[in-house]
Write a protein that binds this ligand. Sequence first.
Ligand SMILES: *[C@@H]1O[C@H](CO)[C@@H](O)[C@H](O)[C@H]1NC(C)=O
Length: 256
Amino acid sequence: MERRHVLVLALTSLFIRLAAADWNILNPKWSFDAKQDTLKNYCESWRINVELNNIREFEVVPQECVGHIKKYMTSSQYKADSERAIEEVTLYLTRCCSLKGDGKDAWIFDIDDTLISTIPYFKKHGFGGEKVNSSSLEAWMKECKAPALDHTFKLFHEIKNKGMKIFLVSSRKETLRSPTVDNLIKVGYHGWTSLILRGLDDEYMHVEQYKSQVRKKLEDQGYRVWGIVGDQWSSIKGLPEAKRTFKLPNSIYYLS
Ligand SMILES: *[C@@H]1O[C@H](CO)[C@@H](O)[C@H](O)[C@H]1NC(C)=O
């Protein structure tokens, strides 16, 4: 009786351990575990589908995932993912571009969460779990306290030293020009060719449309846009296209 009891216990615990193991495509016998969707799985798949541009136009991070997104965006994984994206840019630059040296080779960068980080702001404002309050975000931007993102910082100077013209194309408003320049210079960015911000006419356009129009103007002026680095799909989608685009991770907010 005692021994049978022990055996039943052992089998039960074995079953629980197997059932709790992660679902694995190579082990279809246990595929019923796929139903065991943990919160972490759910939130990570929300995050990855934001990056894949399957989930669009979200106004807030799902409440149950705010903790997960906060953890990711402040983790070494976020840093590694960003650094990897930038390494791919560097690799592309070694072979992509036969620069003509006519001053028409161009590169486009976003500003927020590409060159400098808004994470210190979102840390104090719900980490994507609250609808973005643009007046409070803009007040923060005026303080010029956004830190540089190291990985992009190095790339910015590499691209500049190659002789490309750098265009900063941001969905920040024209009224933020002076604090934007101050913030960029304060953290070490300098030598860009043009900083393009949204004027009153552009403000009622979708970001994608506004940024596409900027590229069209550059193209009309004879620039060859070799690439874009941005954290939003709206920075890289639309026509005309750049020759290559690189998306940095950002699952805190979505600009369409
Ligand atoms: C947005 O922020 C401003 C300035 O911090 C504040 O006065 C206002 O109440 C906020 N609006 C909302 C809807 O939270």
